[in-house]
Design a binder for this molecule. Sequence first.
Ligand code: ACO
Length: 319
Amino acid sequence: MFSRITGTGSYLPHKVLTNQDLERMVETSHDWIFSRTGISQRHIAAVDESTSDLALHASRRAIEAAGIDPQEIDLIIVGTTTPDRVFPSTACLLQHKLGIRSGGPAFDVQAVCSGFVYALSAADQFIRGGQSKCALVVGAETMSRIVDWTDRNTCVLFGDGAGAVILQASETPGVINTHLHADGSYQDLLAVDGGGCGTGRSGDPRIVMDGGAVFKFAVGVLDSIVEETLSVNGMQKSDIDWLVPHQANIRIIQATAKKLGLPMERVVLTVDRHGNTSAASIPLALDTAVREGKIKPGETLLMEGVGGGFTWGSALVRL
Ligand code: ACO
């Protein structure tokens, strides 16, 4: 038994924050932000919108695209680093909002920007193992709630949004395989100070980051995960139809595309419009490309991401 993506959906909050808006908030410029990151704008959740609300809209669209009854969903996994509450999990809140009464498992995965790939991998294992038949896998974030809006080093990078897929049991492989990694020794290069339950840190949660070091690390591990994915599958670079990368920075994405020998026309790019939406960025990019008619059924996609932890991972998927 394998798992296959049968529907995608996404949601972006209505409010758009442009680079020009940011010029009025911190000492920065559109040229600085765009030339170093490729970002022009990002979406920001309304004051009464939480991560589970964003997830709900994206999930409804994925359910509609898959043409299923929500009651068929027997597993919900939400990748998020900005849960509505410490507990219950965002997945449980989402299950309730969708009115799903199956009693199937629902849980969150915390792997920051790799959260969707981690969640997809977990759901794939549940389906391959015969424990689930129809999974809702979501990446959803309200990064605007943990951004320090006075820190120009970080506040220009992030945005809010959600993406979702329906993953169903199938006799033919959709998710071909996934590769996941983590190395906690890099925990201080990209982290959230405050907001947790640890000792010695208090106050509101705020992202802190060594941007240059993160950049270097990301390019290195994405290089190696591309090699690992191709070699484990005995595939050539030319077997990949589309790269669907985590949307952190255009220069990181270009480095991975170069490694794959893929022209940028075969890379799904949303970073310019969405900014870095952490766990939401890959399913948001996937849904955008599917709805724009770029990615077609039967094509082979390489999804990859890297995030705080550090965590990183890939998913090789035939749509
Ligand atoms: N506007 C203007 N100047 C800025 C801004 C800003 N928004 N932010 C920082 N600067 C200044 C710094 O203070 C520094 O000034 P100084 O030299 O006087 O100290 C200078 O710009 C640094 O400039 P560069 O070295 O040219 O910056 P760099 O090319 O490293 O780009 C960036 C910085 C964009 C953060 C880059 O390192 C990066 O993208 N790193 C990856 C970070 C990332 O993607 N994090 C997201 C989470 S992890 C993930 O998703 C992969």
